[in-house]
Design a binder for this molecule. Structure first.
Ligand code: BDR
Ligand code: CA
Length: 312
């Protein structure tokens, strides 16, 4: 089988970084480019961090683009309290040498989806959906050319992680999320219901360190850093590992299970802004627009991640 051709849209972030490493380590996937967006930290840092990660993986050939600096309608919310001032606190990664591609993320998305055969490109989204919504608004004909969108965001039964009901990626740009989820493009969502089952327990993080490689060490330090905040918040060993579930779903969908449901994003109420209203039980007749994953074989997920990180 030829590799699945993907574009990763991301706001690195330690867990974004591990997701990028997982993708770059996997021959089943061909990464056409990495489009960055403002999210965990401002755009200048996410665009730099993505290049640090490519260089860590020994892949300075991957084009990295800078995109939207702010959400469609709301002021940017960032999460330095989770990810540190750089967004990638933890390992001491060198300043990147590879240049940023001069094209805007949105231009790259539009150009690529227009140029490549319809149904051949998968979008893996690990941050706020601003770039994707802008591309769809500017070039509506590309929506039907997307093979599928695999997104980390939202929550069904798990509620939110940034407000009681809203998950960070969706809260940052709820209007973009609503537009993308209702665009007609096929969407698979990896929400908090999944990622809260993928805990970076000490025994798991130690296995990356025990690889004895530069990338294994860096992965352990990334996971160590990001889990601090959530360990304190949830009072447990390990924090949720979010974004790598998107790539893992592409590689091993049999590790996951979910169902086709209607999903609408709250954009009206300040109290519940960014909530993903998921009709799990089919109590409305609204269209089933998103495949929402609810369960994961977390041991299988971490075994896959370890096996792939060991290759880098
Ligand atoms: C999501 O928010 C970010 O902090 C993480 O990188 C992940 O994409 C989890 O809510
Ligand atoms: Ca992210």
């Amino acid at each position: 089988m030829p590799p699945e051709r993907i574009i990763i849209d991301t706001d690195p972030g330690q867990d974004d970084a591990v997701a990028i490493l997982l993708a770059l380590a996997s021959p089943e996937l061909e990464v056409l480019g990495i489009t960055t967006v403002a999210g965990n930290v401002p755009l200048a840092l996410t665009a730099k961090n993505a290049r640090k990660v490519c260089e860590l993986a020994g892949r300075p050939d991957i084009p990295v683009f800078a995109g939207a600096e702010a959400p469609l309608l709301r002021p940017l919310i960032t999460a330095e309290y989770v990810h540190g001032q750089t967004g990638l606190d933890g390992p001491d990664l060198p300043e990147p040498v590879m240049p940023l591609d001069p094209r805007h993320s949105v231009d790259f998305l539009i150009e690529t989806l227009r140029a490549e055969p319809a149904g051949s490109i998968t979008l893996c989204t690990l941050g706020p959906l601003t770039n994707i919504a802008l591309a769809f608004a500017r070039a509506p004909e590309i929506v039907g050319r997307v093979k599928r969108i695999i997104a980390m965001g939202g929550g069904a039964f798990e509620g939110g992680n940034t407000t009681p009901v809203a998950e960070f990626n969706i809260l940052v740009d709820p209007h973009a999320a609503q537009r993308v989820f209702s665009s007609g493009a096929p969407v698979t969502l990896l929400p908090l219901d999944v990622t809260h089952k993928c805990l970076t327990r000490k025994v798991r993080v130690d296995r990356f360190r025990a690889l004895g490689t530069r990338v294994g060490d860096a992965t352990a330090l990334l996971l160590d850093y990001q889990e601090r905040f959530d360990e304190a918040k949830y009072g447990q060993d390990g924090g949720p590992l979010h974004d790598p579930t998107v790539i893992a779903w592409l590689l091993r969908p049999e590790l996951f299970s979910g169902r086709d449901v209607n999903l609408e994003v709250e954009t009206g109420s300040e109290l519940t802004m960014g909530q993903t209203v998921i009709d799990w039980w089919g109590v409305t007749d609204r269209p089933r627009n998103v495949h929402v994953i609810r369960d994961v074989d977390d041991e299988g997920f971490f075994a896959l991640l370890l096996e792939r990180i060991a290759r880098l």
